[in-house]
Ligand binder design. Structure first.
Ligand code: BGC
Length: 384
């Protein structure tokens, strides 16, 4: 079901791209369409292990240089993105410069500068901090480079041409709905004792995930169905700096010690899988029965935990589909066809940015085999 939905979004995008063919426009007009012929001769900076990538080869010989600036490789989705961008960009005939910034804003700014200097025609950016890249992205724009935000919004800058992501508000809604479903299924009648966690506050996705989740949970907190025993319901109280699992585990330890010495915790809203596993580990260490915990990313370890009943749910946002969508937009731009059409935009504080959204999908033990039917690696984790 998931793959059909993703496919239909991709087909819509492909259709939009082909409908736009011949319209012209775009910053890099006159560029030849990429060909697969040159793929074998290109190498990524990441593969070469270079801190500063070597100057680009004559890009007119192939599809040109594409930079990919990732925030870190600390969760499976970003590690997959590093590998899949290399594979898919090279297969499409581009020279890929792929770098990750270890959660450090200055490092990411420097990496993007170096991609501009090395002749990138398009730079794909998953920002460490959505609001801290304004000047380097303006510089890219002035140099005629297209900028595509990947998975996260690029805020407070005109130097962005589009964003490719899974619906971030929808992701939060799905996490909260799964939490409620799990509570009803496993924890008897209401009221339910719960706690709330958010992701890294610098990541524009994190407040959106939380907002989406609270749109589902707040009415049930108000009517007493859900009890946030600590009383911590603001994003700022619940956020996890840098998406750091150990910080989440320490916060969960403190919440349990301070509020749950003589009561049980029934559920926890978690913004991703790493934090979910930290929360569950904390509960296990303190002798609590495992609460219902949501997640995100369908990381291998969490897919195993969902399958064994240790984590209730995750949300799949397949990296290969998001990378494929990004590469199809790059193809359109560098063929001189501009950005594909989309009805969705996001205001980034300065401009309305076109958004290309793919649908996230909830995964529980019940539907895991269906969701991962086309994903042999994850299917292999679902052992009876
Ligand atoms: C991504 C998640 C990821 C998190 C931490 C978010 O922006 O959407 O998939 O778990 O960053 O890396």
């Amino acid at each position: 079901m998931k793959s059909k939905k993703v496919l239909s979004v991709l087909m819509t995008a492909v259709l939009a791209v082909s409908m736009l063919a011949g319209c012209g426009g775009g910053r890099g007009t006159g560029d030849a369409a990429p060909t697969a012929d040159t793929a074998a001769t290109v190498e990524t900076a990441a593969a070469a292990g270079a801190e500063n990538p070597a100057p680009a080869q004559d890009s007119s010989a192939g599809g040109g240089v594409v930079g990919v600036a990732l925030p870190w490789l600390g969760t499976q989705n970003w590690a997959e993105a590093e590998v899949m961008f290399k594979e898919q960009l090279e297969a499409a005939g581009y020279e890929a410069i792929i770098q990750a910034a270890d959660q450090k804003v200055p490092q990411q700014q420097q990496q993007i500068e170096s991609m501009i200097e090395n002749g990138a025609k398009v730079i794909v950016v998953g920002p460490v901090d959505g609001s801290q890249l304004g000047s380097v992205l303006e510089k890219a724009k002035d140099a005629g480079v297209y900028v595509i935000g990947y998975d996260r919004l690029l805020e407070n800058t005109t130097g962005v041409d589009g964003i490719v992501q899974f619906g971030s508000i929808q992701t939060g809604e799905l996490q909260a709905q799964a939490l409620l479903q799990g509570l009803k299924e496993l924890k008897g009648d209401a009221p339910y004792n719960i706690e709330l966690f958010g992701g890294g506050p610098a990541d524009p996705n994190a407040p959106n995930f939380f907002t989406g989740a609270m749109s589902v949970l707040q009415p049930l907190i108000d009517d007493g169905t859900l009890v946030v025993v600590s009383g911590q319901t603001d994003f700022t109280q619940c956020a996890t700096v840098d998406w750091d699992n150990s910080k989440a585990q320490s916060r969960m330890d403190a919440l349990l010690a301070g509020n749950y010495s003589d009561i049980e915790i029934d559920g926890v809203l978690s913004p991703n899988d790493g934090i979910a596993r930290a929360i569950i580990t904390s509960c296990e260490n303190s002798g609590q029965p495992i609460p219902v915990v949501s997640g995100l990313d369908a990381e291998n370890e969490s897919v195993e935990w969902v399958w064994s009943g240790r984590q209730y749910s995750t949300v799949a946002k397949p990296t290969n589909a998001l990378v494929a969508e990004t590469v199809s937009i790059i193809d359109s731009l560098l063929a001189g066809n501009g950005m594909p059409e989309t009805d969705v935009t996001a205001n980034n504080g300065v401009i309305d940015v076109p958004v290309y959204e793919l649908p996230p999908v909830v995964v529980t033990k019940e539907n895991a085999k269906e969701v991962f039917a086309d994903d042999p690696d994850r299917m292999a984790l679902l052992k009876d």
